[in-house]
Design a protein around this ligand. Structure first.
Ligand code: UDP
Length: 494
């Protein structure tokens, strides 16, 4: 019988908070199954992780040196997207290719340190397609772990593999020819670099090369659920003809949010939430990379002030677009005059959190009734796992596709706005908040659906009395495939 005892599994996420959080969740699950986990990242990220690993964990953190070059056009010393404005995030993605030689060296050292026995498996980020070649050089099973949902990633894959995807004389609508199941899209659902992609621009060149390298990988793992995300999973099974394993939702236990200091303590949030009726609080956060424009922020604040007074909110406010992302909190400047006094102090309807909130704790509280999110996949899964109907305000990358999927295919989301460039009106936002939080038929239907998804998710991760949910089985399948490859390599059959 195959066993993972004493086998090393190398975990290697891209340097973005959302990715590191999801990979850390995966690392903890793999560790629970009795494997040794080696978590690789750049020095600053490893340092932050040291503080957020549970004390009981024996995950080994390994640093890999990273020096961006002048070509990369990055501020010096940057090792994580969370300190970058949105327009520079791609630069860090592109620069991360320079990790290749040091990663190869790291695998070589690990192999030598174990007397020539290579790791069982490498689990790498979607942006690190190049790592498959290194894995195979050492006879190691390689898989890519997507922190995005399969539907969103399938659109993303199709888009970059087929640039230019927009027919110049077509109207604003388009679809993905090799992914017709995804339906029709509008150009407002494309992030800025996708909109202008013609095949020769740097993002097109990078992504096409990177995604092509996926076909060297042995498997594609998703932080997602078979029953929820079937359309996208089927797309990848058809496209890649590889093992495609939805293992999710993989969520970090509350309190373990990979190295960001929160603008408020979890206790502070819970204390405030305790004073609010069940399902009365809207939680608003745009994730770790994104923020809205100054005028959008004003309109959102006005909407929150205008809605039915029984609606409360927790809003994670990051500096609006154009401000230094680490800038000090300036409510007087960013929010309507007197907003804090009226809505937060007098009415006690809102809690404004600067920069970063303990999201896990907030979403698990019964007072929270809905989640306005940028539709980053971690946030989506965290919301759905708690049975939350979502309000979508996609900002970047595949978030637009995920928002459409959740609204149109699943029926658990209402889209509020798209991106940080559009003008929004507080009346429209307020109307949508009332629709989702209030007693309308549509609101009720959204909540019913959200409850159904919550159960679907619970079933997928159930591992009890001989019953194994789809995500548990998928994890077995992935680990067994890696063990089998190792066995074959040892016997010279590979
Ligand atoms: N997060 C958090 N507090 C915040 C904002 C985000 O704990 O104030 C966490 C959130 O719980 C999620 C992750 O950061 O796990 C964000 O990942 P997501 O995929 O939603 O979006 P991204 O940051 O990649 O855009």
């Amino acid at each position: 019988k195959m066993t993972g005892r004493n086998e090393n599994i190398v975990i290697f996420p891209f340097m973005a908070q959302g990715h590191i959080i999801a990979f850390l969740g995966l690392a903890l699950q793999i560790e629970q199954r009795g494997y040794n986990v080696i978590f690789v990242n750049t020095p600053i990220n490893i340092k932050k992780l040291q503080q957020s690993l549970p004390p009981t964990s024996s995950i080994r953190l390994l640093e890999i040196p990273f020096n961006s070059s002048d070509d990369d056009d990055l501020p010096p010393g940057v090792e994580n997207t969370d300190v970058l404005p949105p327009n520079l995030i791609f630069n860090l993605i592109k620069a991360s290719v320079s990790l290749k030689p040091s990663f190869r060296q790291l695998i070589s050292n690990l192999t030598n340190d174990s007397g020539g026995d290579p790791p069982l498996c490498i689990v790498a980020d979607i942006f690190f397609g190049w790592s498959a070649e290194i894995a195979h050089e050492f006879g190691v099973f390689h898989s890519i772990f997507s922190c995005s949902g399969a539907f969103g990633l399938a659109c993303y894959y199709s888009l970059w593999m087929n640039v230019p995807h927009l027919n110049s004389d077509s109207a604003a609508e388009f679809s993905f020819p090799d992914f017709p199941e995804s339906g029709r899209f509008h150009t407002t659902q494309l992030a800025a670099n996708m909109l202008v992609a013609d095949g020769n621009d740097p993002p097109s060149v990078f992504h096409r090369k990177n995604l092509s390298a996926w076909s060297n990988s042995d498997g594609l793992l998703f932080n997602s659920v078979e029953e929820l995300d079937m359309i996208g999973l089927v797309y990848f099974r058809r496209k890649l003809g590889r093992l495609v394993c939805p293992l999710g939702p993989i969520l970090l236990p509350p309190g373990k949010r990979a190295g960001k200091s929160a603008g408020i303590t979890a206790e502070g949030c819970i204390e405030w939430l305790r004073t609010k009726p069940a399902n009365s609080v809207l939680y608003i956060s745009f994730g770790s990379n994104n923020t809205i424009s100054a005028s959008q922020m004003m309109q959102l604040a006005k909407a929150l002030e205008q809605v039915n007074k029984s609606t409360n909110f927790i809003w994670v406010v990051r500096p609006p677009l154009g401000f230094d992302i680490t800038a000090e909190f300036r409510a007087e400047e960013w929010l309507p005059e007197g907003f804090i006094e009226r809505v937060v102090d007098d009415q006690k309807r809102g809690l404004i959190v600067a920069q970063w909130a303990p999201q896990g704790e907030i979403l698990s509280h019964k007072s929270v009734g809905s989640f306005l999110t940028q539709c980053g996949w971690n946030s989506v899964l965290e919301g759905l796992s708690h049975g939350m109907p979502l309000m979508g305000w996609p900002m970047a990358a595949e978030q637009f596709f995920s928002a459409k999927f959740l609204a149109e295919e699943i029926g658990v989301c209402v889209e509020v706005a798209r991106g940080f460039n559009v003008e929004v009106r507080h009346q429209d936002i307020a109307e949508k908040i009332e629709l989702v939080m209030g007693q309308s038929e549509q609101g009720k239907e959204l909540r019913r659906k959200a409850g159904e998804i919550k159960e679907m998710i619970e079933d997928a991760i159930r591992d009890q009395d001989g019953f194994k949910g789809s995500s548990v089985k998928a994890m077995d399948q992935f680990l067994n495939a890696a063990l089998l490859m190792k066995e074959k390599t040892k016997n010279g059959l590979h």
